[in-house]
Design a protein around this ligand. Structure first.
Ligand code: HEC
Length: 132
């Protein structure tokens, strides 16, 4: 009886192990916590945003983002990234993924003199993405 039970547990654990292995590293999602998203956002900012807003947020063709209270509003930041402002010269960034937009939002809200550590989730970005 005791042996049977242990055998069953071992078999169940083995099956779980195989499921875990079959998912493989390629499928595993990186964590979407604040430090991870900020790190991803820093790289993306350098490519997508720095040409107009400056590598350290000092501004250029676009306004300065350093110490900018605009960052206080998660929805304002997400909308600005997705929609831009065609009349004033900021392009839309709908080609970026929800995760990329969330990463950039977390980065600009927590760098360059801004400190708004409440997480901008990937789900919030998805919910803000314009439908057309
Ligand atoms: C081609 C230049 C350009 C690029 C690239 C660009 N922006 Fe902008 N950005 C602007 C301009 C111009 C404005 C001012 C438009 C407005 O008032 O809405 C602006 C406004 C903003 C604002 C609002 C700031 C405020 O005080 O009103 C934020 C936030 C912002 N951009 C973030 C970003 C992020 C993040 C990226 C990269 C994903 C980015 N921008 C890429 C030109 C750019």
């Amino acid at each position: 009886m005791r042996r049977l039970t242990l055998g069953f547990v071992a078999a169940a654990m083995g099956a779980a192990g195989m499921v875990a292995m079959s998912q493989g590293p390629a499928v595993a999602q990186a964590a979407a916590d604040l430090p991870t998203l900020i790190a991803e956002g820093q790289t993306l900012y350098g490519r997508q945003c720095a040409p107009c807003h400056g590598a350290t947020g000092g501004g250029g063709a676009g306004p300065a983002l350093d110490g900018n209270s605009f960052m206080a509003s998660i929805s304002a930041v997400l909308n600005q990234i997705f929609l831009g402002n065609a009349e004033r010269g900021m392009p839309m960034f709908t080609r970026l993924t929800d995760r990329e937009v969330a990463a950039i939002a977390n980065y600009i809200r927590n760098s360059m003199g801004n400190a708004y550590p409440d997480l901008v989730t990937v789900e919030a970005a998805a919910a803000t993405r314009p439908t057309e």
